[in-house]
Design a protein around this ligand. Structure first.
Ligand SMILES: *Cc1c(COP(=O)(O)O)cnc(C)c1O
Length: 347
């Protein structure tokens, strides 16, 4: 049995997936009477009356060029939330298999696990927000999927590649590396490693650097067998035609994304230097992302004060190892100045 098949929940090995009209007839035709669509057009205008490409072929070709990876190694989801959900759905038997994650981290791993009634083992990150490798390696032996977020949300730092790769080599399950913030990071992506490790999955998203949060478009990169498993169990038309069309157009403007990333990074530096001068701020953690994690003596007070001025940050002070911490997204220069002025006034 192939590796991915051996990890798959047994009942899915023989699943016959839904076969859509678009699966059963491919290529051009003159008369489409196979999918019960409206033949006239779209009410209110536009030409969206036909079902979209279930495998997003054209969009994947464009992503393949940008990411320098075969289109066959790409899975697209309705946000990263969808591959997170589908991976658990595919590989974890409820009430039996286990997941592993490293708090403080992104909350969706636990929520998705809870939805599927899959137990989640937590091994805290160290004080430097790196993996506690001995405990991580030990726990990963019991885990069907290990989630690593790098750069990590909400701590903003990257997890060192050597640590991640040690886990990838040691575990018998899958390791999913969530690189939602990779565009802002000094450390490179692990996307090249999927060729060498069939248990590695890399997640990225168009929601952050690319500015398409509202599209709901996330990417999973993995070996072909794993991509095929996700394709088999996904809702047939999970990416709308509108999103495929708009995202394809946006991909032609990669230089704008790169310019904005540079601007965010320079604003990150400015915000950091300003925050450092405030006595109110106890500590600011190094950031490889488009946000800063800062520690305050009275985070709730600061949060409420800012909120009263219409400035919303994220209170992460209840998360383990994040005592006193607020997470601040890097805004435009004007927004960042407003924040700093407000904090100065409070000091
Ligand atoms: C924002 C974020 C995502 C993106 O999720 P989408 O569903 O693609 O919008 C994924 N992972 C982490 C850690 C994030 O912070």
């Amino acid at each position: 049995m192939k590796f991915i098949e051996s990890l798959l929940r047994p009942h899915l090995r023989k699943l016959v997936p839904y076969s859509s009209a678009r699966d059963e007839h491919q290529g051009a035709a003159n008369v489409y009477l196979d999918a019960n669509e409206n033949p006239f057009g779209t009410v209110g205008g536009g030409a969206w009356n036909r079902y979209p490409d279930p495998y997003q072929t054209k969009l994947k070709e464009a992503i393949s060029g940008i990411k320098e990876i075969d289109a066959a190694n790409i899975f697209l989801g309705n946000g990263s939330d969808e591959p997170i959900d589908l991976l658990i759905r595919a590989f974890c038997e409820p009430g039996q298999d286990k997941l592993l994650c490293f708090p403080p981290t992104y909350g969706m791993y636990r929520v998705s696990a809870d939805i599927h009634d899959v137990e989640i083992i937590e091994v805290l990150l160290t004080d430097e927000f790196q993996l506690d490798l001995p405990h991580a390696l030990d726990a990963s032996k019991q885990a069907k999927i290990t989630w690593i977020c790098s750069p990590n949300n909400p701590t903003a730092n990257s997890i060192r590649h050597e640590q991640i790769m040690e886990l990838v080599k040691a575990t018998t399950g899958l390791v999913v590396v969530d690189e939602a913030y990779i565009d802002f990071a000094e450390q490179s992506s692990l996307i090249r490693e999927i060729k060498h490790h069939e248990n590695l999955v890399v997640l990225q998203t168009f929601s952050k650097a690319w500015g398409m949060a509202s599209f709901r478009l996330g990417m999973a990169f993995a070996n072909i067998d794993l991509v095929q498993v996700l394709n088999k169990i996904k809702p047939p038309y999970n990416i709308s035609g509108l999103v495929q069309h708009e995202a394809y157009k946006s991909l032609m403007h990669e230089e704008q994304k790169n310019d904005w990333v540079e601007e965010v990074k320079s604003q990150r530096k400015w915000l950091l230097s300003q925050l450092e001068q405030l006595t109110l701020v106890k500590k600011i953690f190094p950031s490889d992302a488009n946000f800063l994690l800062a520690r305050f003596d009275e985070p709730t007070h600061v949060y409420q004060y800012l909120s009263g001025l219409g400035i919303v940050v994220r209170d992460r002070s209840k998360q383990p190892r994040c005592e006193g911490c607020l997470r601040i997204t890097i805004g435009t220069p004007t927004e960042n100045k407003i924040l700093i002025q407000a904090l100065k006034d409070l000091s």
